[in-house]
Design a protein around this ligand. Structure first.
Ligand SMILES: [Zn+2]
Length: 349
């Protein structure tokens, strides 16, 4: 007769056998994971590795928000995408969903092709147990920090450029928040980006794996009451790994003074220059566009005009336009927001 205990992995799904044998998780941790809901903001480089980790680990629900479409230059480091997605200009969340569904398992996926901002952040994060940063821009991270500290939701920051990056797990009330470590957003253009310094997949994988480890521990670990916040720094080219103590600051505008300006008083919806893309995203103007009518109007005026699912794509000279159903427009072939706005107004306003 076998002596079955709560820790006996044979009592559970054989798929998770090796994971359940990892003592800090165990069957209890696996059950917690399967009952948890994570929100992933950004489905590109970090986001792809993070999503794979969470789906393969058996997290119960995963919501993914991303505004972008797949491009050829994504393929060296964005592991959920294939060449055909780039050739078809598939929205990243759709390509991600397709790849993640092929893995199988119990995870329910909820995907949204949208720009995560202060107006929709609360809606997307409702009921989630953890938020994961798969973005490539600082302003969204300050927004996520405000959102999570105010609501008491843990979140894990990850930033990657070149051959290295940084990770910080934020557990509100228990340790440093993002603004305790980085009090104010850097001035535009002062930090290296994947645009200026490039980025390689090993760095992406390492940073996202550190994030995923912290995420699994926060969702399901048996020792989260002993959690100590620290900034983790890794470089895969030079082989460096550092753990930097991150104390909480009582005068921190976010977790100390509880001023959540990035969430409640955000700057206007400005155009966003997309890192490494030579592209600008313009925010939605009033109302949802009638893409069919727009398509009819542009017929003969532009090249390669095509409706692809819920978006309209075309080329005008060297510029490629993608107009999304929610009214956002992506203009490739320029990194100048004013130029992008002028191009948009000439054809679409
Ligand atoms: Zn703080």
């Amino acid at each position: 007769m076998t002596n079955q205990t709560d820790n006996d992995p044979s009592a559970g799904d054989p798929r998770f056998d090796r994971q359940v044998r990892f003592a800090p998780l165990g069957t209890l941790g696996q059950t917690k994971l399967s009952n948890s809901h994570a929100l992933l903001v950004g489905a590109g480089a970090l986001g792809g590795v993070l999503a794979q980790n969470l789906v393969r680990a058996g997290v119960g629900k995963l919501t993914i928000v991303d505004r972008d479409i797949v491009e050829l230059s994504n393929l060296p480091r964005q592991v959920l995408f294939e060449e055909r997605h780039a050739l078809e200009g598939t929205p990243k969340v759709e390509a991600a969903q397709e790849s993640l569904q092929r893995i199988g398992g119990p995870t329910q996926l909820f995907v949204h092709s949208a720009h995560f901002d202060a107006l929709n952040a609360a809606e997307f994060s409702e009921g989630v147990d953890l938020v994961l940063d798969g973005t490539d821009n600082m302003s969204t991270r300050y927004l996520i920090n405000d959102l999570c500290v105010e609501a008491g939701i843990p979140w894990v920051y990850g930033g990657v450029v070149g051959s290295g990056g940084l990770v910080l797990a934020v557990v509100p009330e228990r340790g440093a928040c993002f603004r305790c470590v980085f009090p104010e957003p850097p001035a535009a253009g002062t930090l290296p980006t994947c645009d200026s310094a490039g980025v390689i997949l090993p760095a992406v994988s390492a940073v996202a794996s550190l994030q995923a480890g912290q995420a699994l521990r926060l969702l399901a670990g048996d020792d989260t009451d002993r959690f100590e916040s620290a900034l983790l720094e890794i470089d895969v080219w030079h082989g460096d790994l550092r753990r930097i103590r991150a104390p909480r600051h009582s005068d921190c505008p976010c977790c100390g003074q509880r001023l959540f300006d990035f969430l409640h008083n955000p700057p206007g919806r400005d155009p966003v220059v997309l890192c490494g893309r030579n592209a600008v995203q313009l925010p939605a103007s009033a109302g949802r566009p009638d893409l069919k009518a727009l398509s009819n109007r542009l017929e003969g005026q532009v090249n390669d005009l095509a409706m692809l699912g819920a978006m309209l794509r075309f080329k005008d000279g060297e510029h490629r336009f993608t107009v999304f159903a929610d009214g956002r427009a992506l203009i490739e072939g320029t990194d100048d927001p004013d130029r992008a706005r002028a191009l948009y107004d000439r054809l679409l306003a």
